[in-house]
Design a protein around this ligand. Structure first.
Ligand code: ADP
Length: 570
């Protein structure tokens, strides 16, 4: 191994913030406040390296935090890839690379992305996955706002608004319902606006998601709307194993919230919690240390849980509900994740994939958590940019360390690396951390008491452990996807074509229930419902469209026969 390519294991200490050993165990309990503890500590680099390797040559913006964590836990890092033809144990990529098959060494290697996950987490795909589950398990998937996909669902959206209008008139209520319109591929709040009538849509033909606006967020004394970014980790697909990070982030608006009206609906600083939007507002509060963050615009989840508790909210229940949302959302996405994996690695054993996912969750006034979005590539940066043009004056742009981000993301990445190599338990079952020099020992006197106590992992399993027993029945679509795969040419596509459907109908003896003409007509309609495109029918139906095809479709403009699962002869 050439030395310039290999970043050797560094046994020096680095001063960095870590909440690892000072936050209490989460397990089934809500995060508790960390606001009354001291945070800055010497963060030691492991003196005895472990025999594991990690390739960060494609980690891009994730590289600083991954590199730091790898050194901390004694992995050998290859920042420019190996040149000795040997495979690394872990490959860390910033996105899913199309040549993943060639890059990732062997089937025993791990890579931090599932093929297809980026697409599957986008707003419209996520909505399709959750809607399929809502049709089968309506009460268990009520945590996601009612959503329509434009232009395909425009008529349904209009019909819903008319129905609501009628209902309000009957009740004598003048409270109008509001909707939030978001571009499918949008991020960081771009292109988002609020409406209370379909006629206000800026472009009915654009691919957009329209969603019921949740107008009753839980507010604290400052009256600023906020939401949480909670991190989940899919450790493996088979067997399915999901973890949650006990620390996350809360992002606050910069202007006071009031429910939308025709005079305030366009004030995005009070309706959208995005960091990228609010950081440009004069009222944005950057925190330079962890004591300040309790009043900052970006706070620790544990801090906000403590603040919520003191305002009377039962955070134990909230945390339980949030973890269930994560499990249920992953279960809804699972069939298509499996499908994409099989498509990508249809002819050779693929690597073991894992992924850190960001779940954006807001809390309603009544304490109920609502899922807003899933992010397949949550930011792992631990600093932020300051500067730019302020009041007409140019202020040089410079990077500033973000202590809140460090406290959340360093333990998250570190534990994820340990988790996927099955080292998490071993790491946390050893008491404390070996110190490397006496001077450091002196400088960390205050921390020693904490270090000697048994530390708790930042990640804890939520599936199958803990929530498997109450969500196992939701794995139902797993079985459907195996049926689907029998009739899909996985080498070429993840969609079922008309030929595949014909074969399925024949094989399952369904030809006495539907004719081929009916099948074609229905395929066209369902394809439009899912893609918003009349011309893509020959590309076949995606898995969720296939489910709708076979489980019935109760829309006004599609007269369909309803085929029941029991109609299948096998
Ligand atoms: P983006 O990917 O552009 O950030 P999001 O779906 O996360 O889009 O929405 C941006 C912000 O808008 C959220 O962080 C949240 O503050 C607000 N928001 C999104 N959806 C809703 C909703 N249904 N009800 C209330 N607020 C919402």
């Amino acid at each position: 191994v050439s030395s310039h390519r290999l970043r050797s294991v560094d046994t020096r200490s680095e001063s960095i913030s870590s909440s690892l050993s000072i936050l209490p165990p989460m397990e089934n309990r809500p995060p508790s406040s960390s606001s009354n503890t001291s945070f800055t500590r010497v963060y030691r680099i492991r003196s005895n390296p472990r025999p594991f390797t990690i390739d960060t040559s494609r980690a891009k913006s994730n590289q600083p935090v991954v590199s730091l964590c790898a050194r901390k836990i004694g992995f050998t890092e290859y920042p420019s890839a190996r040149d000795d033809n040997k495979a690394c144990d872990i490959y860390w990529h910033n996105v899913v690379y199309s040549d993943i098959r060639n890059v990732v060494g062997t089937a025993s290697s791990r890579v931090n992305k599932f093929p297809g996950m980026t697409e599957l987490a986008k707003k419209i795909s996520l909505t399709h996955s959750i809607t399929s589950m809502q049709r089968i398990f309506p009460h268990e998937y009520s945590f996601y706002p009612k959503s329509w996909f434009l232009p395909a669902h425009l008529n349904q959206f209009r019909a819903y608004c008319e129905e609501e209008e009628r209902r309000r008139e009957e009740e004598g209520s003048d409270r109008k319902g509001w909707f939030i319109v978001k571009p499918d591929e949008g991020a960081q709040g771009t292109g988002i606006y609020l409406i209370n009538n379909p006629s206000q849509l800026k472009n009915e033909q654009q691919r957009m998601l329209v969603q019921e606006y949740v107008a009753d967020p839980f507010l604290m004394a400052d009256q600023l709307k906020f939401d949480f970014r909670v991190y989940g980790v899919i450790k493996s697909l088979n067997p399915l194993s999901i973890y949650v990070a006990r620390e996350g982030m809360a992002r606050f608006c910069t202007e006071k919230y009031s429910p939308p009206t025709s005079s305030n609906f366009d004030n995005l600083y009070s309706h959208l919690t995005n960091y990228s939007l609010n950081k440009g507002h004069g009222a944005y509060v950057h925190s330079t240390n962890l004591q300040d963050q309790v009043k900052g615009s970006k706070r620790l989840l544990s801090t906000v849980f403590h603040q919520l508790e003191s305002r009377g909210l039962k955070t134990k229940k909230l945390w339980h509900d949030i973890k269930l949302i994560i499990v249920k959302t992953v279960l809804a996405m699972l069939p298509e994740v499996m499908l994409h994996y099989e498509h990508h690695f249809h002819d050779a054993p693929g690597p073991q994939c894992f992924q850190i996912m960001g779940f954006d969750i807001m809390v309603r006034e009544n304490g109920e958590p609502i899922l807003l979005e899933v992010n397949a590539a949550p930011s792992l940066t631990i600093d932020h940019l300051m500067g730019g043009v302020t009041d007409g004056d140019y202020v040089p742009v410079y990077r500033v360390r973000s202590v809140v981000d460090e406290v959340i993301k360093i333990p998250l990445v570190r534990d994820t690396l340990l988790l996927v190599l099955n080292l998490l338990e071993e790491e946390y079952n050893t008491k404390g951390v070996s110190s490397s020099s006496s001077s450091q020992r002196e400088s960390t006197q205050d921390d020693m008491g904490t270090l000697k106590t048994r530390r708790k992992p930042h990640l804890s399993e939520i599936f199958p452990t803990r929530y498997g027993h109450c969500s196992g029945h939701l794995l139902f679509l797993d079985k459907a996807v195996y049926l689907f795969m029998q009739f899909v040419n996985l080498k070429q596509t993840v969609n079922i074509t008309i030929t595949g459907i014909r074969q399925l109908i024949k094989k399952c003896n369904l030809s006495n229930i539907v004719t081929i003409d009916e099948v074609e007509e229905k395929m066209k309609e369902i394809n439009y419902y899912f893609t918003g495109d009349h011309n893509t029918y020959s590309n076949g139906l995606c898995f969720h469209a296939f489910l709708m095809f076979f489980t019935g479709f109760q829309s006004g403009n599609l007269r369909s026969k309803r085929i029941h699962w029991r109609d299948f002869n096998d």
